[in-house]
Design a protein around this ligand. Structure first.
Ligand code: ZN
Length: 88
């Protein structure tokens, strides 16, 4: 991907700020055991809005549920926030 923002790394556009906030808000957190760290750690994964998925499913008369399922399968699972190893 081409980086067009090379000269303004410190300045985020309003769209990017909103995107970043949404990412933080939708990110889910839990506690999982990490074999790499050999202890219980904070695990994170990118979240998804169930409400939005449900809305899209209704709008598309159920067609979106196929995308939803594929997305759920492909979605990366929990990752250790320390070492990024896949956990749980
Ligand atoms: Zn770890």
């Amino acid at each position: 991907m081409e980086n067009k923002m090379a000269h303004q790394e410190e300045r985020l556009g309003p769209g990017e700020v909103v995107q970043r906030i949404l990412q933080i808000v939708s990110q889910q957190e839990t506690t999982k055991f990490c074999p790499q760290c050999a202890k219980h750690v904070r695990a994170v994964r990118p979240g998804t809005s169930r409400l939005r998925q449900l809305g899209l499913t209704l709008i598309t008369l159920g067609i979106w549920s196929i995308v939803w399922i594929i997305d759920a399968i492909r979605r990366p699972g929990w990752r250790c926030s320390n070492c990024d190893t896949r956990v749980g």
